[in-house]
Design a protein around this ligand. Structure first.
Ligand SMILES: Cc1ncc(COP(=O)(O)O)c(C=O)c1O
Length: 408
């Protein structure tokens, strides 16, 4: 296929696409493993993985083959019928997990919408009164549709879209007294990311979720964890809640579940899942044969290729290298994260930057062929594919080091 030049794509985008994204000035056309190429043939090391979507790297041959084969058989058939790959995917995700039932959709925001509806219906069925409050965290991110947007504790995203849903309360993340006060007998659910991603890669204290679990249990509220960004091995465990020694009642997944193909999921314990009955929740595309085949291929490949073990090794190399950079560079204030979900907190000590430092660093990296992103003005986020190699980590660290030197 002939590729349009980046300038041509830029013009088309400006003319025809709604202006909802600040896009970097490159047009990506090809990917393989941890690398992508733009329309002019420039190569980039992708340390963002499409924001944690291409967990197994770009165009993993097993995923490509599974999608190609299924596309020639049956892409879609509606949830009015049984779907083999959907049933097998649910079994593969649930067996060995604390959850019993799955609902499939197409994205993270939809998975959270499903979770909010499930929590409210469960509270109603279980407690027999309207008990609708959902407690979420400030700086959280749960999606852009109105329910998930209301759950998102970043008020700048709410602006101009009101009225939003009623019955949401926000607490500072990793603050036990605050959540203890907020969770009451009116609370249907607490919805939290195990590690806040879009909010700046914040890992809570080791005992935080243990206390949150107790607080929920005390009043009979359910605990839902949004694993859309952290799930599917990103933090070195299949699901990030496993780091905290607790079991949530439900989790939401999306992003890397399909290895690049859109799919979302809500997994829940049986007594909660049971409140959904035919007609209570649905989606046209969710759980279709093509998406579920892609996700099954992701799970099989993770298993066959020992991906979780590899993440542990790669994570040690990445954090080790970043800590070394930090020791040499006073402009790195902190390295945060778990597994291959990393935030570099930078500080502009001499006030030299004309723009937010994280933005300048991410742009500097892009110019040198490394894709990362700025999640806040001062946090640069790295989400390399889980298959990233040691030499690629070294290459990325060299670029980050050079860019830090040139920026400050
Ligand atoms: C934790 C979390 N939840 C939900 C979402 C929304 O997912 P989607 O963009 O697939 O709707 C995101 C997206 O970044 C996320 O990071």
């Amino acid at each position: 296929m002939e590729y349009l030049k980046t300038t041509e794509v830029k013009d088309l985008t400006r003319n025809y696409i709604m202006n909802t994204y600040r896009r970097a000035g490159i047009s990506l056309v090809k990917g393989s493993g941890a690398r992508v190429w733009d329309a002019e043939g420039k190569e980039y090391l992708d340390f963002l993985s499409g924001i944690s979507v291409c967990g197994l790297g770009h165009c993993h041959p097993k995923i490509v083959a599974a999608i190609q084969e299924q596309a020639g058989k049956l892409m879609h058939c509606s949830n009015l019928y049984h779907i083999q790959s959907q049933a097998c995917l649910a079994q593969a995700l649930l067996e060995g997990s604390p959850f019993d039932k799955a609902f499939f959709c197409n994205s993270g925001t939809e998975a959270n919408e499903a979770a909010i509806k499930l929590a409210r219906k469960y509270a109603k069925v279980k407690h027999g009164v309207t008990r609708s409050v959902i407690v979420t965290a400030l700086k959280s991110f749960h999606g852009r549709t109105l329910g998930s947007l209301t759950a998102t504790g970043q008020m700048e995203y709410h602006k101009d879209f009101g009225p939003l849903l009623s019955g949401f309360k926000y607490v500072p993340f990793n603050d036990i007294p605050a959540i203890e006060q907020a969770v009451t007998p009116e609370t249907a659910a607490v919805l939290l990311e195990p590690i806040q991603g879009e909010g700046g890669v914040h890992v809570p204290d080791k005992d935080y979720f243990g206390r949150v679990r107790e607080i929920c249990d005390k009043v009979g509220a359910i605990l839902i964890m949004d694993e859309v960004q952290t799930g599917m091995g990103r933090t070195g465990k299949m699901f990030a809640f496993e780091h905290f020694g607790i079991e949530p009642d439900a989790i939401t997944l999306a992003k890397s579940l399909g290895g690049g193909f859109p799919i979302g999921a809500l997994l829940a314990k049986d007594d909660i899942a049971q409140v959904f009955s035919p007609g209570t929740h649905a989606t046209t595309f969710g759980g279709n044969p093509l998406a579920c085949t892609a996700a099954l291929a992701v799970l099989n490949t993770m298993d066959n290729e020992g991906i979780l073990e590899h993440v542990a090794t790669a994570s040690r190399a990445l954090f080790g290298g970043l800590e070394k950079l930090k020791a040499e560079c006073p402009h790195i204030a902190e390295i945060r994260g778990l597994g291959l979900m990393v935030g570099i907190e930078v500080q502009d000590l001499q006030n030299l930057c004309t723009e937010p430092p994280a933005k300048l660093i991410s742009l500097g990296c892009l110019n040198k062929g490394l894709l990362v992103n700025a999640v806040t003005n001062t946090t640069v986020r790295l989400l390399p594919p889980l298959i990233v190699g040691e030499s690629e980590i070294k290459e990325a660290l060299d670029i980050v080091g050079q860019v830090l030197n040139e920026t400050f």
